[in-house]
Design a binder for this molecule. Structure first.
Ligand SMILES: Cc1cc2nc3c(=O)[nH]c(=O)nc-3n(C[C@H](O)[C@H](O)[C@H](O)COP(=O)(O)OP(=O)(O)OC[C@H]3O[C@@H](n4cnc5c(N)ncnc54)[C@H](O)[C@@H]3O)c2cc1C
Length: 416
């Protein structure tokens, strides 16, 4: 079988790329290893309005949320609430199905139960993808370009020898049918003993239940063990145990930067390219933007009959121009946060309370660009700044856009 573009993976990044290329008139095949698009769900489904705009519909929204409660390890809480919705909880499988449907209507051919395994020898300048069918059969697809949108464990990245020196944070999440938490608020639980490297969360599902989970550094303790501790903390907070789970997600969140996301005839998008927000682990918005940007470059490359790495690199440049600065700042801030002890987190929440900057956080908080509000807060609150190393203070007061070298601050605690 021959096609202009083979997209591997029918998640938000892959189906956005497929749609953008099919509507520009290219032949597109999407290979998805699972038989049902959107399943199994591996996500909490909290997104910004931008995702709804990119998807062109709000039909998968389960409930809006108006703010967040952030809790310290000793359950000291600070609440941020906005008059208007600041994020949306969605039916994540519904989003994937909608995006696939939109791409299929634009002309993309979806093949489910078809797993990409490796590249064969190139023929006629085309990439030869070897795939395995769910019925045990094997087939080859010859494509001018292969887009690897195959998630955190990307087989396309491996086959194209695109190095992925990234950290994968194991994640564990359950769905419970009833929750005593505010149905209008997201809860974020900080703590080194709780979820080192990221945080725990409780996200309302719009029907009285919640998606409760965490992601933490792979440090020898399993995400499930961390979750069991988290469940005990919630039991203390709510005064009763969590109800039995009706759904479970066990997956990983890729954090890091790939040296290259393109090769001859290959582009990576979404989790496959670790395009995940470092401060939150969210990757739907960034993956969809990457899918659209990759499609723009691939469209031009196909028309120019030049699908070399040199030509496809324009996608990486466009992605960097749009999101590179945010990612650099967020990676830097995340490394700082990863050094905080539980006592530091207590001081952080207390300093946030005392800073009186709740309104600024509500006004400027943006789940897609969290470094903006973090930087503003740190700049304006000396008590917050005292928690962090000197290099950060110098960076904030200089107004420089580039982040300082963290090596300067090894004294405080071993780098993570
Ligand atoms: C517990 C958890 C909670 C999360 N919560 C949020 C959240 O609230 N908000 C948010 O924005 N992000 C969240 N994320 C991150 C988000 O889920 C991902 O960033 C997003 O799904 C990435 O989209 P993608 O299209 O790149 O990859 P995916 O959605 O992972 O899609 C990849 C697709 O490729 C398929 N595939 C894999 N390998 C192959 C192969 N070899 N051949 C064919 N098909 C293949 C898979 O079956 C899958 O359908 C969460 C992640 C986790 C683990």
């Amino acid at each position: 079988m021959r096609t202009d573009v083979l997209v591997v993976g029918a998640g938000p990044a892959g189906s956005t790329a497929a749609y953008e290329l099919a509507r520009r008139g290219h032949s597109v095949v999407v290979a998805e290893e699972h038989r049902r698009i959107g399943h199994p769900v591996q996500c909490a489904g909290l997104v910004s309005r931008r995702v709804l705009e990119l998807a062109g519909t709000e039909k998968m929204v389960l409930t809006p949320v108006h703010g967040a409660t952030v809790l310290s390890p000793r359950l000291r809480a600070i609440e941020f609430r906005a008059p208007e919705p600041r994020a949306f909880v969605i039916d994540r499988a519904g989003l994937d199905v909608h995006l696939a449907d939109r791409a299929a209507r634009a002309g993309a051919e979806y093949r489910t139960g078809l797993r990409f395994d490796e590249f064969g020898d190139a023929s006629d300048g085309l990439k030869v993808a070897r795939l395995a069918r769910a019925d045990g059969g094997r087939e080859e697809i010859h494509a001018r370009v292969v887009i690897g949108a195959d998630g955190v464990a990307s087989a396309v990245a491996r086959a194209a020898r695109l190095r992925r020196p990234i950290e994968v944070l194991p994640a564990y999440e359950v769905e419970v049918p009833s929750s005593p938490a505010d149905p209008d608020q997201v809860e974020v639980y900080l703590g080194n003993g709780l979820a080192p490297g990221l945080f725990g969360w409780s996200i309302p599902d719009g029907s009285g239940g919640a998606r409760i989970g965490l992601a933490a550094r792979a440090d020898g303790t399993s995400a499930r063990s961390y979750f069991e501790r988290f469940a005990r903390l919630l039991e203390r907070r709510y005064g009763r145990p969590l109800p039995p789970a009706v759904g479970l997600v066990v997956s990983g969140i890729p954090i890091g930067t790939l040296p290259r996301i393109t090769a001859d005839g290959v582009a990576l998008v979404g989790d496959a390219a670790a395009q995940v927000k470092p401060l939150s682990g969210g990757g739907i918005f960034t993956g969809m933007r990457a899918g659209a940007l990759a499609a723009e470059t691939v469209d031009v490359a196909l028309r120019a009959h030049d699908t070399s790495e040199r030509r496809l690199r324009a996608y990486a440049t466009a992605y960097e121009a749009e999101l590179g600065e945010e990612f650099r700042r967020a990676h830097y801030l995340r490394r700082l946060f990863a050094r905080l002890t539980d006592d530091d987190f207590e001081r952080l929440i207390a300093a946030l309370e005392e800073s009186g900057m709740g309104e600024a956080i509500v006004a400027f908080g943006d789940i897609d660009f969290p470094s903006h509000v973090a930087r503003r807060l740190l700049r304006q609150s000396p008590s917050l700044l005292r928690l962090f190393p000197k290099a950060l203070g110098a960076w904030l007061s200089s107004g420089a856009e580039l982040v300082p070298d963290l090596e300067l601050d090894r004294r405080r605690r071993p780098a993570t």
